[in-house]
Design a binder for this molecule. Sequence first.
Ligand code: PHE
Length: 453
Amino acid sequence: MNKPDKQGQRARFNTKIGVIATTVGSAVGLGNIWRFPYEAGSNGGGAFMLCYIMFIFIIGVPVICAEFIMGRGTRSNILGAYRKLSRGKWYIAGFMGIAASVAILSFYSVVAGWICEYFVQSVRGELMLASSSEYHEAFDQFSTGNWRPVVWTLIFLSLNFLILVRGVTKGIERMSNILMPLLFILLMIFCVNSLTLSGASEGLAFLFNPDFSKITPRVLLSAMGQAFFSLSLGLGCMTTYASYFGNKTRLGRTAITTASLDTLVAVLAGVIIFPAVFSFGISPQAGPTLVFEVLPAIFNSLPGGVVWSSLFFFLLILASLTSTISMSEISIAFMTEELKMKRRTATIVNTLIAMALGSLCALSFGALSGFTIFGMTIFNFFDYLASNILLPIGGMIASVFVGWVVDRRFIRNQLTANGSIKFRAYSLILFCLRYVAPAGIALVFLNSIGIIS
Ligand code: PHE
């Protein structure tokens, strides 16, 4: 992707639809279909959903705009973007984003590896078990067994490597253009099916009926972390992708479209999962394993289940790849542009680090399950650290930076594509970046460590 094009400039995404598809391709992934349902399930359902949606639109959308402005305006990786826009030490935030991207890539690849295993099992017809407790046991046995999850993690990262090393503008654009609509259609079909299940009304009430007494500091922090994770926000991913946007791309509109589609997919996943959770008597609080127990049970109840599940897991592997490509691109763009490495070398370094850390994450369900950091397994620690802490801090820094440090004319030029389009929400976005987003994020942090209640 950042291979130079024929004129020797950085490459660009080619079409309007390509911009949306790649950005949404980064945002939509396991965060929506695996992480959202289990976080919602463990954090009070409706209460979590309400906070999550609030964070997406009040904090998420302005911060996406900030990252877009930094990326397209400087045409740089995250570190370079901070450096080009200010002489201060702001670029240190870039290192934090890069660290977060590597941590996420590591545990994300483990889950993507589980999806690969489930895809193979689906195709072989091995995923048709009799009861939900059998699904629970089967997943437990697989994830705690040591070598298979590690091997799948390594295979997945190798696939990611192969796509990345080719320089991917065309590849990702084409893949996302076809894949995303197809995945969406499949989700709609599963949604309709779930609504006919016996637990449908209970499931929907769980997800959409907020019990305000359940909005605790923990729920707020988790919902904020999920919003950042799901939007690929706070670590420089949107900055890096925006550096490949064309000059005419409408940043505000792209931000709103990305946030809306991403949220829609998460809500669809919730509508698919929770009716089934209540129909099949599974605990919504099962944690990271939730969808691996519920989804196969759903497919099993459908006519032609093998075909549905194989197709679904296949698409989910591709959706995961479009996300891991985007998180890898953060450090690859940094290494090629700042450290002047060759793209191939940078990709190898990124992959090897993720392979080492990813194996540890995979083993943290088995051999390393007794090894904990702050009471969390390595997998959970990486997830918690990146999603609930690093990404919101990264987002806060980006919004303060664009809101207070970056020149206003620069911001306006970016949002209006150099004056060629009207951008009515300019003052609103600036207000959110200066006050709402930083204060909101700070309040959630202070609240979660008990300083304010
Ligand atoms: N947003 C992606 C998802 O929901 C995950 C991601 C996080 C991608 C951070 C890039 C950067 O699956």
